[in-house]
Design a protein around this ligand. Structure first.
Ligand SMILES: *Cc1c(COP(=O)(O)O)cnc(C)c1O
Length: 349
C-alpha cells in the first residue's frame, strides 16, 4: 500500500459522547458539534455514530456543511448553524430544515423576513468578541426576538480549557444576566465548559473536540490511529544529508527509512527535524524536512525494517503532536489528509 492508513474508532467516539453526557444532569441535553467534516474524521460516519449513541442536536458552522449531515441523519435530529443565517442561505435553511443561531440584528431581520416561521436560535456575545449580539444590541431587539420564539439562546466561552481563568466566571455572569427572564433553553458549554461543572451546563451542551478524543477532555478514549508505510530504506554514512535543504546531516552512519506521507497529508512541516514516529514503543526521529509526500526517518537503532511506522497511536497522541508543533489537537485533526486509506473500526480501544 502506497499511502498511510488512518484508523478511526467509531465506538470510541460514541463512548466519548456518553462519557461527556454522563458529566451533566439528566435534565441537560448533550449535543454534538460535527463542523469541519466532523473535525476531519468524516461527517457521515461520525454523525451516524453520534446519533446511534443518542445525540439529537447537531452543530455545524456553515449551511454548506449541513447537507451531508442531514443526509446522514435523516429528517429527525436538529441541525444548528453556528454562523447564523448568511445572505443566500435561506433555501438551504428551509430545504434542509436547519436552525440558524442568529448573531446580529441584521441576521435576525434577514431570517424573519425571508423565512418567517422557520426555527431559529439566538447567539449572544458574552465577551469573546467573535460571534453574537452584544448586550446593547440584544437589549434593543430582545422583545421582538423572544416574541418570534427562538428555540435556543447560546453563547461561547473563550477560556474554558483553562479552568482557573477569571474569564470563565465573568462570561458566566454576563450570559446569565443577558438571558435573565427568557423562557428559552440556554447553552453555554462546549467540551471545556462541560468540565467546568454544573454552573456552566444550562439546558444543552455542545461538545466537539472531546468526542474526537483530545484535550481538554483528558479522560477521552483515543479515536485516531495513523500508520505510514515504509517505501524505501538506505544506509547512509557520516556527513551525508537527508531531504530538502540539507537541513539534517548524519554525524554517524545510520539507516534511513522513507515513509509515504507528508505535508500534503496534513503532516505539518513544523515536525521537520523535530518529530518522531514509532515502531511499536520505540521512537524513530524525523530526519530533515517533511516533504509533500514523504519523510525520512532514522531507523538505525531498529533490528529489523518495519513495514509501517506509527505517527498517531498509543505512544503519541494528537495532542502530543500539537505540543511538538506549537498548535492544538483541533488543528492536527482537521488537517488530516484525504489520501490516506480510511478505516472505520469498532472497539479497537
Ligand atoms: C467549535 C465550537 C464548539 C465545540 O467546541 P469544542 O471545544 O470542540 O468542544 C461549540 N460551540 C461553538 C460556538 C463552537 O464554535
Amino acid at each position: 500500500m502506497g499511502t498511510g492508513r488512518l484508523q478511526i474508532d467509531l465506538d470510541a467516539i460514541a463512548a466519548n459522547w456518553r462519557a461527556l453526557d454522563a458529566k451533566t444532569a439528566s435534565s441537560v441535553q448533550t449535543g454534538a458539534v460535527v463542523k469541519a467534516d466532523g473535525y476531519g474524521l468524516g461527517v457521515d460516519r461520525v454523525a451516524k455514530t453520534l446519533a446511534a449513541a443518542g445525540a439529537r442536536r447537531f452543530f455545524v458552522a456553515a449551511a454548506e456543511e449541513a447537507a451531508d449531515v442531514r443526509t446522514a441523519l435523516g429528517p429527525g435530529p436538529a441541525i444548528f448553524l453556528l454562523n447564523g443565517h448568511m445572505a443566500g442561505d435561506a433555501d438551504m435553511i428551509r430545504d434542509l430544515n436547519l436552525i440558524p443561531l442568529l448573531s446580529s440584528v441584521e441576521q435576525l431581520t434577514r431570517h424573519v423576513e425571508t423565512l418567517p416561521g422557520q426555527s431559529f436560535g439566538i447567539q449572544l456575545d458574552a465577551g469573546m468578541n467573535r460571534l453574537g449580539m452584544e448586550p446593547a444590541e440584544w437589549a434593543a431587539v430582545r422583545d421582538i426576538a423572544l416574541t418570534a420564539g427562538p428555540t435556543l439562546i447560546m453563547s461561547h466561552l473563550a477560556c474554558a480549557d483553562e479552568p482557573e481563568h477569571e474569564m470563565n466566571a465573568m462570561q458566566l455572569r454576563m450570559f446569565t444576566e443577558m438571558t435573565e427572564g427568557c423562557d428559552v433553553p440556554r447553552s453555554l458549554a462546549a467540551t471545556g465548559g462541560i468540565l467546568l461543572g454544573p454552573d456552566y451546563h444550562f439546558d444543552l451542551t455542545r461538545p466537539g473536540i472531546g468526542l474526537y478524543g483530545a484535550r481538554p477532555f483528558e479522560e477521552a478514549t483515543p479515536v485516531v490511529h495513523l500508520d505510514l508505510p515504509v517505501i524505501q530504506t538506505r544506509e547512509i554514512g557520516r556527513g551525508e544529508t537527508v531531504g530538502y535543504g540539507n537541513s539534517w546531516t548524519a554525524d554517524a552512519p545510520t539507516r534511513v527509512a522513507t515513509v509515504s506521507g507528508g505535508y500534503a497529508d496534513g503532516i505539518t512541516r513544523h515536525l521537520s527535524n523535530k518529530g518522531v514516529l514509532f515502531d511499536s514503543a520505540t521512537p524513530c526521529p524525523i530526519l530533515g524536512r517533511v516533504s509533500m509526500d514523504s519523510i525520512g526517518i532514522d531507523i538505525g537503532h531498529l533490528d529489523t525494517v518495519p513495514e509501517w511506522l506509527t505517527l498517531i497511536g498509543p505512544h503519541q497522541s494528537v495532542d502530543d503532536i500539537a505540543d511538538t508543533t506549537g498548535t492544538i489537537g483541533y488543528e492536527i485533526l482537521t488537517q488530516l489528509g484525504h489520501r490516506y486509506t480510511r478505516d472505520y473500526t469498532r472497539g479497537q480501544s
